[in-house]
Design a protein around this ligand. Structure first.
Ligand code: GRG
Length: 317
C-alpha cells in the first residue's frame, strides 16, 4: 500500500498485520507441491505476492471494531482475499475483460493457460468458504450472498451488459454496478469480521444493532473505493496500478469519469469517504452498547475506520 497524508493509522495497521495475513493465506491454501500440482501452482501464482490485501484487512477491522480478537478472524480474512483473487482471475479471462497484466505480472491465464486459470479461480472461490466457516454460519451466508448473483457476479453481468449499451448510461446504473461488482465484497469483508468477533460468545454472531450501521459504512466505503478505481484507470500508470491503465476506456466501460468527468468524480469519491467517516461513531456506539466490556479498544478502531476511508480515495494503486 502506498503512503499518503491522512491514512496513517490504517497503513500502520496493514504493516502490523501483513505477516499474519500472508501466513493465514498459506495455511488455507493447499501447497503448490500437492496434487494436482498445476492447479495449486496457478492458485499460488494468482495470490502471491498479491495486491493491496484490502479485503482481508477489512475483515480484521470489522473484527476489531466489534470488540473481537483478531486471531479469530484470520482464516476469514484469508477467505476474503481468496474470493477476491478468484474474481480478478476470472475478470481477466478473454471472455471477460481480456487483460494481460495484473498485480504487476502477466495474468494467470497468460502463464497457466485459460483452462487452468478458470479452474484456479473456481478452486479459490470454494476454498474461501472453508476459511469463512471459521467465522460461523452467518459469515458464510453473508459471503455467499455478496459473491453471488445478487452481489458481485450480478454486478459483473450488468457491467458487461453496459459495455455494449452506451445509450443507456446513467449515474444510477453505474452506481448499481459498483455497489454489486465491488461494494458487496467490501461490505461483506467488514461483516464477516464482525461475525468472527462473536464466535464463542452466547450470541454466536454479530447482532443486527451492529450489522446495520457497519453495512452502511461498508457500502459508502465500497462506493468511494470504486469511483477512485475508475479515476485511477485514467490517471495511474501501469507501474503504479500493476495493471494496464485506460482499460475501461478501451472497453467502453460505464464509469463515473465517463459520465461526469474526472474532477467531479474525485469529489464524489471524497464526499462518500467523508460520509463513511461520519458513520464511524454510530458503528462504535453500537459495539459499545452490545459489548460494554470492550469499550477501551474502540478508540483505536475508530481511527482505523476513519483512515481506511481516506485511504480508499487517496491511494495511487
Ligand atoms: C464467473 C467467469 C466469472 C467471472 C466473474 C465476479 C467477476 C468475474 C468479477 C468481479 C468483478 C470485479 C473483478 C470487480 C473489480 C473490483 C476491483 C476494484 C478490483 C480491484 O481491487 P483491488 O484494487 O485489487 O483491491 P488488488 O490487486 O490490490 O487486490
Amino acid at each position: 500500500m502506498t503512503a499518503d497524508t491522512t491514512a496513517g493509522s490504517f497503513l500502520a495497521f496493514v504493516r502490523e498485520q501483513q505477516h499474519a495475513v500472508e501466513a493465514a493465506l498459506l495455511a488455507l491454501l493447499p501447497a503448490p507441491t500437492q496434487r494436482p500440482q498445476r492447479l495449486h501452482e496457478a492458485m499460488h501464482y494468482a495470490l502471491f505476492p498479491g495486491g493491496k490485501r484490502l479485503r482481508p484487512m477489512l475483515v480484521l477491522l470489522g473484527c476489531r471494531a466489534t470488540g473481537g480478537d483478531l486471531r479469530a478472524a484470520l482464516p476469514a480474512a484469508a477467505a476474503l482475499e481468496c474470493l477476491h483473487t478468484y474474481s480478478l482471475v476470472h475478470d481477466d479471462l478473454p471472455c471477460m475483460d481480456d487483460d494481460d497484466l495484473r498485480r504487476g505480472r502477466p495474468t494467470c491465464h497468460k502463464v497457466h493457460g485459460e483452462a487452468m486459470a478458470l479452474l484456479a479461480g473456481d478452486a479459490l472461490l470454494t476454498v474461501a468458504f472453508e476459511g469463512a466457516a471459521d467465522a460461523g454460519a452467518a459469515a458464510v451466508v453473508e459471503l455467499a450472498r455478496a459473491a453471488g448473483s445478487l452481489g458481485m457476479v450480478g454486478g459483473q453481468v450488468e457491467d458487461l451488459a453496459a459495455e455494449g449499451d452506451p445509450t443507456h448510461h446513467t449515474l444510477a446504473r453505474v452506481q448499481w454496478i459498483h455497489d454489486h461488482k465491488t461494494g458487496a465484497l467490501i461490505t461483506a469483508s467488514l461483516l464477516v469480521g464482525a461475525h468472527a468477533a462473536f464466535v464463542g460468545t452466547p450470541a454466536g454472531a454479530a447482532p443486527a444493532s451492529i450489522l446495520v450501521p457497519l453495512r452502511r459504512y461498508g457500502d459508502l466505503l465500497g462506493r468511494a473505493f470504486q469511483i477512485a478505481d475508475d479515476c485511477l484507470d485514467l490517471t495511474g500508470t501501469a507501474a503504479e496500478l500493476g495493471k494496464n491503465p485506460l482499460a475501461d476506456v478501451a472497453l467502453g466501460k460505464l464509469t463515473w469519469p465517463a459520465m461526469i468527468g474526472l474532477e467531479p468524480s474525485l469529489q464524489a469519491a471524497r464526499d462518500l469517504a467523508a460520509e463513511a467517516r461520519a458513520m464511524v461513531p454510530t458503528v462504535l456506539a453500537a459495539t459499545a452498547a452490545a459489548r460494554p466490556s470492550v469499550g477501551s479498544m474502540l478508540d483505536a478502531a475508530a481511527g482505523l475506520l476513519q483512515d481506511v476511508a481516506s485511504y480508499a480515495v487517496e491511494r495511487r494503486s
